[in-house]
Design a protein around this ligand. Structure first.
Ligand SMILES: [Zn+2]
Length: 328
């Protein structure tokens, strides 16, 4: 495991962060937010490495004791906080551990860094327990919080962090990198578009299992347009993939709305679905697509906060609604 390296589309942000560090203006808490797949974690790792490095240049040196400890995953002054395996929330006990860590001195004599990911996973009690440490962390302490959806982080936490929003990425800023990952420029462009400008998501979506799911959903969509039975279709899908299924549903609805409102196909995220879209647009009004979009987003939110424990029911209800619009 080597050092992280800064992703090409984060260069401008990276230079700003370095300038803060090099002029002693680095805040003691940063919140990186942006959609899954934009590369928040990579940016945070590069910053952790440079912050803890004894002899940083543009990036961490890669050779000093700190860099070696980080590379081996055993730096005593770095604390990584995430939900426990199989759990959704970061518990208050875990945050108490953060508070203890912050009250001790750094073992290597440099920075102490605490990374909390995803920050949305802290419930109210855990968030409140963190406030004091966030307010008075002491010298040479850096908190890095990561959030896909920063509005789900408690406002009292957010207001104590300097917020950095990482937007989706233009194709020109990631085409070279994506082409390296996906072996051809055509593939890079296609999956960039499907991902909505999120390069790491593009790579995930292009992986064999994810491709197979997309193919299966495409097929399911086609069956529903032809009058297929939604509960039977639901039975053929993997309910464990419900989040990805809703994610695709949302992307397709957004395409349908673009197509329905403008009639143009230039900005579609899934151009290969155009024949199906044309069929679907004939059958429903844009207003109804918007309603279904709201529904899908809400279901996804409920899944994320653990409020909707039965994925099979969510999947069936979703396909029943899809099909009602597709064949009306
Ligand atoms: Zn170093």
């Amino acid at each position: 495991m080597g050092l992280s390296g800064v992703l090409p589309w984060h260069q401008a942000t990276w230079q700003q962060l370095c300038r803060l560090a090099d002029t002693d203006r680095m805040p003691h808490a940063l919140l990186f937010s942006g959609e899954h797949g934009v590369g928040k974690q990579r940016l945070a790792e590069a910053l952790i490495e440079r912050t803890m490095c004894a002899a940083p240049g543009d990036q961490a040196c890669g050779h000093c004791r700190s860099c070696q400890l980080l590379t081996s995953g055993s730096h005593p002054d770095l604390l990584r906080i995430s939900p426990e395996e199989g759990k959704r929330h970061i518990r208050i006990d875990t945050i108490r551990e953060v508070n203890r860590f912050v009250s001790q001195t750094a073992q290597q004599g440099g920075y102490r860094v605490i990374i909390i990911s995803p920050a949305e996973a802290m419930n109210v009690a855990a968030s409140n327990a963190l406030l004091k440490s966030l307010e008075e962390p002491g010298q040479q302490t850096l908190f890095i919080l990561l959030a896909d959806v920063p509005s789900r982080v408690l406002p009292t936490i957010r207001s104590r962090c300097q917020q950095w929003t990482l937007p989706s990425v233009a194709i020109d800023d990631c085409l070279g990198w994506l082409t390296e990952q996906l072996a051809s420029e055509d593939e890079a462009r296609f999956w960039w578009q499907v991902s909505g400008g999120l390069p790491l998501s593009a790579v995930e979506l292009a992986a064999p299992d994810a491709r197979a799911l997309r193919h299966q959903l495409h097929d399911c969509f086609e069956q529903l347009v032809r009058g297929g039975e939604p509960v039977a279709e639901a039975a053929r899908l993997d309910r464990q993939a419900i989040d990805a299924i809703l994610w695709y549903g949302i992307a397709w609805l957004e395409d349908l709305i673009r197509l329905g409102l403008s009639g143009t196909t230039a900005s579609l995220r899934n151009p290969d679905l155009l024949p199906l879209y044309r069929q679907a647009v004939k059958n429903a009004r844009v207003r109804d697509w918007f309603k279904l979009l709201d529904y899908a987003r809400e279901q996804r939110r409920l899944l994320a906060v653990g409020a909707n424990p039965n994925p099979q029911l969510v999947l069936e209800a979703w396909l029943v609604r899809w099909s009602a619009l597709l064949r009306s």
